[in-house]
Design a protein around this ligand. Structure first.
Ligand SMILES: Cc1cc2nc3c(=O)[nH]c(=O)nc-3n(C[C@H](O)[C@H](O)[C@H](O)COP(=O)(O)O)c2cc1C
Length: 326
């Protein structure tokens, strides 16, 4: 179980327990105590197996755009049980939600964390890239390696996108950002380049209120903006219509752009295209011509609530190499 630790006393207790295990870095008691005091103010997660502490991680802000993985450790007895990955996944989600662009970690030679050791290979396997070596950081024999992860790379944005169904802040979304999101939508591939997807970006409060009043049960009630996705179901060639594939690609591009710009959203299609045809009522409010269908709405806004990745099947259950059987 991964727990976000809020209580500063509990953070201090965990830090003390863990940092006491560090023999070299914190050999000076004073610096250890200072670190423990400081880390009580940082976002902090702990992993537990039953009631035993298996690992921990805290993040520290080092610049407007960068969060540093200040300390991370997983006890040797619990290695290879996924605690490191799970701790990092929640911390990464947090960093994305807070709008950080980078996470960095300064690592040291293997063995320094003793019981809580994490290797450089582990950071590389998470997707960190080596940035530079600071030989003078510790001493020449034990150079410090800085690893960096660009949270705004496509691969990371994909990994940190999750459907958000919570409350939005009432902060409006600048037109510039809405245009960027919409451009990512229309830049998507389309079958035979037929470009069957059109968009209506709604940021006018009265229009938003009219749309929201049609959605029953309500969703995206607090969203300060919304993108309404339209499709024209025309054939790409012969009797082949790729309209669904076209708008799906456009929607996914927009979801990723939304997350990368620091907003959240959810692909609401099932909800509005069911038997009650909320989509047709939305089309009527927006004056959409008959040859277009409204197929989806994407709310856009800053998230107020926490959210987590839904559980998904294991990689190996869905991905095979070279042959289905193995
Ligand atoms: C075609 C399609 C229709 C969807 N319709 C809805 C919907 O009507 N309401 C909703 O809450 N989520 C909807 N979703 C979001 C899915 O529930 C969500 O993607 C899925 O649970 C996986 O979670 P994730 O997006 O966080 O990975 C839809 C997703 C797709 C691809």
């Amino acid at each position: 179980m991964i727990r976000f630790i809020e209580d500063p006393d509990e953070k201090r207790k965990i830090s003390r327990e863990v940092l006491e295990a560090l023999t070299q870095w914190f050999e000076v008691e004073e610096s250890r105590e200072q670190y423990i005091r400081e880390s009580a103010g940082w976002p902090f997660w702990a992993a537990y197996e039953n009631d035993a502490l298996a690992g921990f991680l805290c993040l520290k802000q080092t610049g407007d755009a960068t969060a540093e993985l200040a300390v991370m450790g997983v006890k040797k007895d619990y290695h290879r049980n996924g605690y490191g990955r799970r701790l990092f996944a929640v911390a990464k989600d947090y960093a994305v939600q807070k709008g950080y662009s980078f996470i960095q970690v300064k690592t040291v030679r293997s063995g320094m964390y003793e019981d809580y050791d994490i290797t450089n290979e582990f950071y590389r396997s998470l997707g960190f890239k080596e940035l530079e070596v600071l030989p003078e950081y510790w001493d020449e024999a034990n150079p410090c390696q800085i690893y960096v992860m660009n949270l705004k790379s496509a691969v990371n944005t994909i990994a940190t996108r999750h459907s958000y169904r919570g409350k939005f802040s009432d902060e409006s979304v600048p037109r510039e950002d809405l245009e960027t999101i919409a451009r990512c939508g229309i830049d998507a591939p389309s079958g035979c380049n037929k470009q069957t997807t059109d968009l209506i970006v709604v940021d006018d409060k009265d229009t938003l209120d009219k749309i929201k009043s049609l959605i029953d049960p309500p969703v995206a009630k607090t969203a300060p903006a919304m993108i309404v996705v339209l499709t024209r179901r025309i054939n790409a060639y012969r009797d082949r219509c790729f309209a669904i594939q076209d708008y799906s690609a456009a929607i996914e591009n927009m979801l990723l752009a939304i997350v990368e710009l620091g907003y959240q959203s959810c692909w609401y299609e099932g909800h509005i295209t069911d038997e009650d045809r909320i989509c047709d009522k939305i089309a009527s409010v927006l004056g959409v011509p008959g040859e277009y269908d409204v197929v989806c709405i994407l709310p856009v806004g800053k998230a107020l609530d926490d959210f987590h990745a839904p559980s998904k099947k294991a990689f190996s259950e869905r991905v095979r190499f070279n042959h289905f059987g193995g």
